[in-house]
Design a protein around this ligand. Structure first.
Ligand code: ADP
Ligand code: MG
Length: 727
């Protein structure tokens, strides 16, 4: 039987050797990246300076410079084995898109020359009519353009020069994640710089930083191939819990299995060659679950690196006979995977704006930025939830092991107490914000918390962790840009309001510190409802959050509505991140993607139920029936009834489960048909959520029960206990 064959294959595999470079990491780090060092080497002094100037000052690149850059970049790429180039962009689906072209042009003599011009480097017109666009391209113009994002360096992957690009329509509307991310980063730069200058007039720019922590599962390739649900949907649609899973918490602290260690080492080396600063790797809570985290970087670059990492992982996993699962909930009953987004702002003078300091100015600045984040997250809590919501992440949020489907901020008891004190601080007491160690206020010193992580609350979707905020509700398969766009834009809009209010006070003759303090106090009073340090999984919190007016919606298609609320449209338009057309188009795509994901899962589940599970359950039932007849014919009635009572009960149970599965599959198919006839993408997604999903749950429940009854020898699909424990 196939199941035993693949289980054998998987369990007998040994760790594979990893090709370790002979040099130290410093020597090969960034080997395949066209970074400043390579630019300097391959470009003329004039071109190098023009390019660096354009990057640093966010200025457009003149076409003649682009031509010289293209020439140098091509030489570098060919020297490093590249044969093709591609504009690498982030469409509104998961992952990235590429269209490869060879570096060749006709030479006019019947042959070819290797050529790559500035025009090809800077702008392309990929045949992209089949990327989701929510109707933007249809309405306006059938073309989409990709244009070089000079702030993220080109790199070589699989002998292809990859040029990070934005993807926009002819009218300039964004069709990707990168364009609005760059706009949001600009918006927060502008607004935060204005505010940071109250404390340090020398500040020219504020950068947004992102440090993601990528969680994932590994499954042996043979077992994966024997599970059509994993192959087609990325998660198991059925499977009874293993008797042992994560109860003993032995995986989190356990040694990394040697096969996995080889994979991790291989991946880390590949990351470093591509300039991804991978640093931390460890086991996660669930069996077969792991995490990789790099050192944080500027947000746009960090996000490119995360997307690159996700494709790299898939490739390296295959080398080690693994498949990597990035789905947020591949297995029920054990933890799902997220991608914590550690986020902060920092000035070009090297100051992190969410880090407390020792002087009045430093701590006033710290409180200013923290209070503005509180306000932004409070005002836009529904939107932030929408930014991390998807058909796949919906399985994780709200379950009893992940952030709840309510956005609140965990500040920790120290900061919470400080905010309380500041709310009633008199201007004359400003000096209490300074001490040798940090904010005094007669409280435990702030620097102490940075060393002390015991105060961490794992149930919070958005937590302050010393010098940054950690947005934990982001899904493992998500493009971080979605969350980073909403967060940076919301904070930018809030900081602008703050600066306007402070400027008005200054114009009225107030002192700067007093003006800032007055506005901080107002923000704390108006927005402390977003702070919640308690247990986010508890039912009391749901009731309390509702009372506080926080968004408690749990249906993904309805959560997406938050993008179209007037306050969101206003905020995005003020920050110039999205116009209304883009927002509407994007929501169409979100609803459509939601529907398609559930539709595919429902089809796969229906097939598995009817073609895999029911035939096997029926066969086992006949074995029991056959046995029953034999007992009846051999033993006297009184005795046979006693012997066969349990068999009888099992036969009945199996019959009941089979009957329910059959009728539920029929109902599910019917619900799909009804939903498919709906024109509106929103209504269709809601129909899938409300009317299709519940059938899937019932079908799964009954299949999982059958798994407990049916002979193990007959069960066709690898079981959880086989999938989840790598030898
Ligand atoms: P934990 O798992 O305890 O949350 P990790 O060390 O695994 O912590 O991950 C922390 C992540 O946060 C890393 O990617 C790290 O680079 C990042 N990080 C640290 N400081 C900042 C900061 N100021 N801004 C953004 N990210 C940060
Ligand atoms: Mg973390």
């Amino acid at each position: 039987m196939l199941r035993f064959k693949v289980v054998d294959e998987a369990f007998n595999r040994k760790a594979l050797p990893v090709e370790i470079p002979s040099e130290r990491p410093e020597a090969y780090y960034g080997k395949y990246v066209f970074n400043r060092q390579k630019m300097f080497e391959y470009l003329s002094k004039h071109t190098y300076e023009a390019l660096v100037n354009a990057i640093d000052n966010k200025e457009p690149l003149p076409l003649d410079v682009a031509d010289s850059v293209a020439e140098g970049m091509k030489r570098w790429a060919i020297d490093n084995g590249a044969r093709h180039y591609t504009h690498w962009f982030h469409p509104l689906t998961d992952g990235t898109a590429e269209k490869h072209d060879a570096f060749i042009q006709h030479d006019g003599k019947g042959g070819v020359v290797e050529e790559f011009t500035g025009k090809l480097l800077v702008q392309q017109e990929p045949d992209a009519s089949s990327f989701p666009n929510g109707g933007i391209r249809n309405t306006f113009e059938a073309r989409g353009y990709s244009a070089w994002d000079i702030s993220s360096p080109a790199f070589i992957l699989d002998q292809t020069l990859c040029i990070p690009t934005i993807f926009i329509s002819y009218t300039g509307d964004s069709l990707d994640y990168k364009t609005p991310l760059l706009r949001a980063i600009n918006a927060v730069d502008k607004a935060a710089t204005r505010v940071a200058r109250y404390f340090d007039p020398e500040v020219n720019h504020v950068q947004s930083f992102l440090g993601w922590e990528q969680e994932y599962f590994l499954v042996d390739e043979a077992l994966y191939s024997a599970r059509p649900d994993l192959m087609l949907t990325g998660r198991t649609l059925m499977g009874h819990e293993s008797a042992k899973n994560q109860q003993l918490e032995d995986h989190y602290f356990g040694a990394i299995p040697s096969r996995v260690e080889a994979f991790m080492l291989d991946l880390e080396i590949e990351c470093h060659k591509l300039g991804i600063p991978a640093k931390t790797r460890h086991n996660e809570v669930a069996p077969n679950q792991f995490e990789l985290a790099p050192i944080f970087e500027e947000t746009n670059l960090a996000n490119d690196h995360n997307l690159l990492l996700m494709s790299l992982m898939a490739e390296v996993a295959r080398r080690h006979n693994f498949r990597v699962l990035l789905h947020e909930k591949p297995f029920s009953g054990i933890n799902g995977s997220g991608k914590h987004n550690n986020w902060s702002l920092g000035t070009d003078k090297g100051k992190l704006l969410f880090a407390p300091g020792k002087t009045v100015e430093e701590n006033l600045q710290f409180l200013t930025f923290v209070a503005n984040v509180m306000a932004a997250v409070h005002d836009h809590n529904a939107l932030l939830k929408a930014s991390i919501m998807s058909a796949t992440n919906a399985h994780r949020l709200g379950a009893n092991e992940a952030p709840p489907a309510i956005i609140s901020i965990f500040m920790g008891s120290h900061i919470s107490r400080i905010l309380d004190k500041v709310e009633s601080l008199a201007a004359a007491d400003l000096q209490s914000l300074a001490s040798k160690e940090g904010i005094s206020l007669g409280l435990t010193q702030i620097p102490d918390i940075m060393l002390d992580n015991t105060d961490r609350n794992r149930t919070s979707p958005f937590a302050f962790t010393g010098n940054r905020f950690e947005f934990r509700a982001v899904g493992s398969s998500a493009n971080c840009a979605s969350a980073m766009i909403a967060l940076n834009a919301a904070v930018a809009a809030q900081l602008k309001q703050f600066a306007d209010a402070v400027d008005a006070r200054l114009a009225a003759g107030e002192q700067i510190k007093q003006a800032v303090l007055a506005e901080i106090k107002a923000l704390i009073t108006a927005h402390k409802a977003i702070i919640f340090d308690g247990n986010g999984y508890s039912d009391e919190w749901k009731a309390e959050a509702e009372k506080r007016g926080l968004d408690c919606e749990t249906s993904a298609p309805k959560i997406f509505d938050a993008y179209l609320r007037p306050e969101s449209v206003k905020m995005f338009s003020e920050t110039e991140v999205f116009n209304q057309v883009e927002l509407e188009a994007r929501n169409e795509v979100k609803w459509e993607m939601y529907t398609k994901k559930i539709q595919i899962e429902a089809r796969v589940l229906g097939d598995l139920a009817i073609n895999h599970v029911i035939p096997v359950a029926t066969r086992y039932q006949s074995v029991l029936l056959d046995n029953l007849y034999k007992i009846k014919s051999l033993f006297p009635a009184e005795k046979s009834e006693k012997i066969s009572a349990q068999d009888m009960a099992a036969i009945e149970r199996i019959s009941d489960h089979i009957a329910i599965i059959r009728s539920e599959v029929a109902d599910m198919v019917e619900a799909r048909k009804v939903a498919n006839r709906i024109d509106s993408e929103r209504e269709k997604a809601m129909a899938y959520h409300d009317n299709v999903l519940p059938h899937m749950e019932t079908i799964r429940y009954n299949i999982d029960k059958l798994e407990l009854d049916v002979d193990d020898e007959m069960w066709p699909l690898p079981k959880y206990r086989e999938l989840l424990f790598i030898r």
